[in-house]
Design a protein around this ligand. Structure first.
Ligand SMILES: [Cu+2]
Length: 338
């Protein structure tokens, strides 16, 4: 009854006709077009973003091709092999097809292998723009030891050597529910991240309470902020503008409100901002710079009741005092943010 064994390509009609060729070319062209024109990613504002986007677009093209192939075959089969009226006979017994199975195993394997190599290459390339790689890992290890041996934040204000010449080092602290940015080697503390366009930036990321995640979609970068462990990000912003910084790790009831901005300035604007902050810091040095302990530092700041309103209104001059007001105010956040 089931005596007919697989006969290979004769059972499944392996594509050879002109129509199949045209469909194949059409699917390929559509896939390539969708890969380049999907419009799913936001503005690219860092040097590293281009490589991530190329990888994403390649995956998008492959996914589109597979989608069209599988769904197209499904739709075609629904109509082409529809049961004829009054046809109650059994379908032909099909037992497999070794060449076909080899092909549909080998092609996805090759695609997955290529994607794995390509994405690892991008990962290494993006991180080597900063200070990852083996040297960085050693650096990170030593920092972890440092952090465990000392008071976590006491170390953050001290001048650290820059792994890259000319890079701007900023120590980032995530806490429920805000980000604070400590400019290395200065007393500047900010609730917004100001960086100059075209200059490499290195972030040393830490968390005060629970795990957060520092995410800037426009930079295509995300990194966990873990209490007691310093993590790192390196990037070179290259497009002036304001971009959101989002906490990407569910960190508590007001996680959804844990947002701030990165402001990519032109080098001139950055110098202006930097100078103004240096002056401001010097003016209030008795209050802010008296201690290197960030917790004491924050406790000494005076809350302002309308700070959250300012934050929500995207006031460009949100600073650490306002952030502190946000943190110390009893009911600063409203439900719509959740
Ligand atoms: Cu968070």
């Amino acid at each position: 009854m089931l005596a007919t064994p697989s006969k290979g390509p004769s059972i499944v009609n392996v594509p050879s006709s002109v129509a199949t060729l045209i469909i194949g070319i059409a699917i390929t062209l559509i896939s390539l077009w969708v890969g380049q024109n999907n419009g799913l990613l936001p503005t690219a504002a860092s040097v590293e973003a281009a490589q991530i986007d190329n990888l994403f677009n390649a995956m998008m093209a492959i996914a589109t091709g597979l989608f069209l192939l599988v769904q197209g075959a499904l739709l075609y089969s629904l109509f082409a092999f529809r049961k004829k009226k009054d046809d109650d006979t059994d379908a032909a017994p099909v037992h497999g097809n070794v060449p076909l199975e080899i092909v549909w195993t080998a092609i996805p394997s090759a695609i997955v292998l290529w994607l794995a190599i390509y994405s690892f290459d991008v990962y290494q390339s993006v991180n080597s723009g900063g200070f990852m790689g083996s040297d960085h890992m050693a650096h990170a290890q030593s920092k972890i030891v440092n952090v465990s041996n000392q008071t976590q934040m006491a170390d953050m204000g001290s001048g650290m050597s820059n792994p890259i010449d000319n890079s701007l080092v900023i120590n980032v602290k995530g806490l429920q529910y805000a980000w604070l940015f400590y400019y290395d080697g200065t007393d500047i503390v900010s609730g917004d991240l100001h960086v100059p366009s075209g200059r490499p930036v290195e972030l040393n990321i830490n968390a005060q309470d629970v795990i957060h995640a520092f995410w800037v979609p426009e930079f295509r970068l995300k990194q966990d902020a873990v209490p007691g462990v310093e993590t790192h990000l390196a990037f070179t912003p290259n497009k002036p503008g304001n971009y959101p910084i989002i906490c990407a790790e569910l960190c508590g009831a007001y996680h959804g409100a844990m947002k701030t901005r990165v402001i990519v300035d032109t080098p001139e604007d950055y110098e202006t901002w930097y100078s103004s902050r240096v002056v401001a810091t010097t003016d209030s040095s008795s209050e802010v710079a008296a201690t290197s302990n960030a917790d004491h530092q924050m406790a000494s700041l005076t809350p302002e009741p309308d700070a959250l309103t300012d934050l929500q209104a995207e006031n460009p001059s949100v600073d650490s005092q306002q952030i502190q007001a946000l943190l110390s105010s009893a009911e600063p956040l409203t439900a719509p943010n959740l």
